[in-house]
Design a binder for this molecule. Structure first.
Ligand code: OOG
Ligand code: NI
Length: 265
């Protein structure tokens, strides 16, 4: 496990921009030379004990992160938690896991066969949460997972790494609204996730979010290579609670739509 939170996020970022060529361009567009504050990152996994949400969370808990919220996604058959660091300028971490037993026997068998290939020692190594897949998967298997769960297919293809980084709009000098951020992104040619509208949430729920649609990259499967959606970039604007403190949670109805940023367009 890492002992330095900045080193961990640097490593996650380096891996993420390799998977997401557009992210470096979005970063440059919004930052204009100023540092960008990350609101959060997100990770995905299966609820199988060897690699479940708790196994990923341990890497952050070792750095002082604490669990702060639970979320359920009935239709997608997912649960999630978010974690916060005592230093509020460190990114929050959103970790979800797929409820494997809620799917067909075929999907369950496929996923268990992937996870059997994971060396348990690897799951506590420093690099685990940016180490990608620990198994071989062929294109047909990816397609069969995709037919039941886009999330399952994504984890099979990409494994353990940041699924997205999220720009904190609150910390951008040039932008006060999420509408203005979205407008700049669209003018620069980036495609936004429009599921449920380009802006998820509202001031009333204390959180507004938008995201790009995932980049498409050429992925080497066990038997062939194919262009598939990789990772995306998210943008979040948070509002103060009645007590004046900024809201730090997530909004399940919005998150449900953010997950769809890795859908094929
Ligand atoms: C996570 C989707 C939810 C948010 O900010 O609400 C999310 C994912 O796509 O893995 O990131
Ligand atoms: Ni997110």
């Amino acid at each position: 496990m890492h002992t330095d939170v900045n080193a961990l996020f640097d490593a996650l970022w380096q891996d993420y921009i390799e998977m997401t060529p557009s992210a470096a361009k979005v970063h440059a567009l919004l930052s204009e030379g100023q540092p960008i504050v990350n609101d959060h990152i997100a990770l995905r996994t299966f609820n199988i004990a060897k690699v479940n949400l708790d196994v990923l969370a341990a890497h952050f808990e070792a750095l002082g992160y604490k669990a702060c919220g639970d979320y359920r996604f009935e239709a997608k058959k997912l649960v999630a938690k978010h974690f916060e660091h005592p230093d509020p300028t460190q990114p929050k971490v959103f970790i979800s896991e797929l409820i494997v037993e809620a799917f067909s026997p075929e999907l369950q068998a496929t996923v268990h066969a992937l996870i059997e290939q994971v060396d348990v020692e690897a799951t506590t190594a420093d690099n685990f949460i940016y180490s990608g897949p620990h198994w071989q998967v062929d294109y047909k298997t990816y397609q069969s997972l995709l037919a039941e769960s886009e999330y399952a297919a994504w984890v099979a293809a990409f494994g353990y790494r940041a699924n997205h980084f999220t720009v904190s709009i609150n910390h951008l000098e040039k932008y006060d609204t999420i509408e203005a951020v979205n407008e700049s992104l669209k003018q620069a040619g980036f495609v936004l996730n429009s599921a449920g509208g380009e802006i998820k949430g509202s001031a009333e729920v204390l959180l507004e979010q938008s995201s790009t649609m995932a980049d498409k990259i050429n992925l080497e499967f066990a038997d062939m290579s194919a262009e598939i959606p990789s990772c995306f970039y998210e943008f979040a604007l948070r509002y103060p609670k009645p007590d004046g403190d900024i809201y730090t949670g997530f909004v399940a109805a919005s998150a449900d739509k953010i997950f769809e940023s890795t859908n094929a367009q």
